[in-house]
Each structure stands twice: as structure tokens, then as C-alpha cells.
Design a protein around this ligand. Structure first.
Ligand SMILES: [Fe+2]
Length: 300
């Protein structure tokens, strides 16, 4: 079974800078420690963009040693807070599509992961807007990625949601070409799940019959202010990341509020590389290496 960890909206800042009083470096370091401890068996980590709060080189450089602590491959994407040229200076090895956009295909365990670049700025790096864009060149690349997927089901990752979420302010800065993208996806019908960031909130649902999931940030979150026209609201709630299990059965998506779930896991699953069995009925922790299940006295 394919197991992915999804992080989004890291919003790294230069040393000594905070966002609504929160330290993005400390919050992310805590999340990375949590992933490395409890999900070392994941196949990859996908980071859905907004890597740096102001797209500056110093912030991207702070990410490098942190991300190296993860035991699995890490695949970086861009969001509206990112800057192409600063990002490329610090992460020159991230693959680009033939037009220079940070888009890539990763084939893993029978699935095709398609990572899109929705930053509304040309490939030469000039600044864009908070809303997302998947221009004709990038949509043509997506078309080819879907067409060549063969029998693989596609997991589609993008920073900007292509459909509405109910948050008026954020919906105004979602993917501007969303309907064009959905027309393209329907032409092939091979997308199993869409993953997006940008909102800083755990949200699940369907758009045009396609299931999607979004996750909270390691740092600041979107308050439940549906009617607000602002796209800049932030609240301090527990940080989270997503866990995706994909196999022949389909796709299962979890989120872990790691700053409040950590103590439970620490008591009961310390040091174990474990997978929770999808059929487990007692909330126990299965230790694959030992083939044994340790029962616990608390509900999951
Ligand atoms: Fe963000």
C-alpha cells in the first residue's frame, strides 16, 4: 500500500520572525520530528507550497536542514507566497517541466502522483497574485500527464483549490482556471483524489464528483469565518499534517493534529515503526516488524 505524508503551508520566516506570535520554525520542527518518529515507513512526503512566508532566500535556507531530517524523499511544490527565483537558488534539484514550471510526475505503487505548479507567475520568476493560475502551457503538461498514466490511478496535488470551500475571502483567491482544469480531468476520468493547500484548514468533499482533501498548516490556521471577505485571517489552533493510504481498495485520508496527539502516541507507540491496520477493531498498535499487536487501555 502506498503511504504518503502531506504537509502544506509551511510559511517559513527568517530567524527571529513570528506569525501571529507563532514560530514557524519550531512548529515545523515539531511536525518533522513527529513524522520521523511515527511514519518513517511512509513512501514520500509531499509539501503543497507556501514554503516561505515572503519567498526570501533566508527562509528557504532554514528549511533545508529541517527537511533533511525526514527519512523519506520530500517533494516540494510552490504556492502564492513563494518566489520562483529564490526557491530555485536554494532548491536547484527540484524537477521542472519543459516550460520551466515546478511540475512533476512520480509513479509509485500503482499510482501516478501529479504535482502541479499553480503559482500565478511566469516561469521566469516575476511576481504574481494571491490567486492561483494553471496557464495553457501548464494545462497542456497536465493533459499529457493524465493521458500517459496508463492503468495507474492519479493523485493530483496543487496548492490552490480548483473549487470553492465556503470561505468567501479564500474562494476569491482560489485557482482562477479551476473550471478549465475540471473539464480536462473529466476528459480522462482517472483522477482518484485531489489534494490542495492554501486554505490552512482540514476540509474534505467533492467537486464535480471528484473527492478532495485539504489540510491545516504547521503554523497558523483559517478561522471558521465563512462570510468574511478577507483572505488574511489567521488563528492559533493545533498544527496538522495529512496521511494518505492508497491501495487497491482506493484512497483513505487522515489528518493528525500532531501537537496534541503526540503525548498519546508517545505513551503507547514509542519507538515503533507501525502501521495501524485498516481492519483493526481495538485501537491497538500493530508492530509490523514483530508481527504482534499491543493492546492499549484507551480508545484510539
Ligand atoms: Fe498559505
Amino acid at each position: 500500500m502506498l503511504k504518503l505524508i502531506v504537509l502544506t503551508d509551511l510559511h517559513m520566516v527568517p530567524r527571529g520572525t513570528r506569525i501571529i506570535g507563532l514560530d514557524p520554525y519550531r512548529r515545523l520542527a515539531s511536525g518533522i520530528r513527529h513524522i520521523a518518529t511515527h511514519h518513517a515507513d511512509a513512501d514520500a512526503v509531499i509539501v503543497l507550497g507556501d514554503l516561505a512566508h515572503r519567498g526570501d532566500v533566508a527562509s528557504y535556507r532554514r528549511l533545508v536542514p529541517l527537511l533533511r531530517r525526514l527519512p523519506q524523499p520530500v517533494h516540494l511544490m510552490l504556492g502564492n507566497h513563494d518566489d520562483r527565483s529564490s526557491f530555485r537558488r536554494v532548491f536547484p534539484a527540484v524537477p521542472l517541466d519543459p516550460s520551466g514550471y515546478a511540475q512533476q510526475v512520480i509513479d509509485l505503487a500503482g499510482y501516478r502522483l501529479v504535482l502541479l505548479d499553480t503559482l500565478d507567475a511566469p516561469a521566469d520568476g516575476r511576481p504574481g497574485s494571491a490567486a492561483g493560475r494553471l496557464c495553457a502551457m501548464r494545462r497542456a503538461w497536465l493533459d499529457a500527464a493524465l493521458a500517459s498514466a496508463g492503468r495507474r490511478r492519479v493523485l493530483l496535488f496543487m496548492h490552490h483549490p480548483p473549487g470553492p470551500t465556503g470561505f468567501s475571502g479564500m474562494d476569491a483567491v482560489r485557482l482562477a482556471d479551476g473550471e478549465d482544469v475540471f473539464r480536462l480531468l473529466h476528459r480522462y476520468g482517472n483522477v482518484a483524489h485531489i489534494f490542495a493547500g492554501h486554505i490552512h484548514r482540514t476540509i474534505n468533499g467533492t467537486w464535480h464528483g471528484m473527492p478532495f482533501s485539504m489540510f491545516k498548516s504547521p503554523v497558523h490556521q483559517q478561522p471558521m469565518a465563512f462570510a468574511s471577505a478577507s483572505a488574511s485571517l489567521s488563528v492559533d489552533e493545533p498544527a496538522a499534517y495529512g496521511i494518505v493510504l492508497a491501495g487497491e481498495h482506493g484512497v483513505v485520508v487522515h489528518t493528525d493534529d500532531y501537537e496534541i496527539s503526540g503525548p498519546w502516541l508517545k505513551r503507547h507507540c514509542r519507538g515503533e515503526v507501525h502501521r495501524r491496520s485498516l481492519s483493526a477493531d481495538d485501537g491497538g498498535c500493530r508492530t509490523d516488524e514483530q508481527g504482534a499487536r499491543r493492546r492499549t487501555s484507551e480508545a484510539p
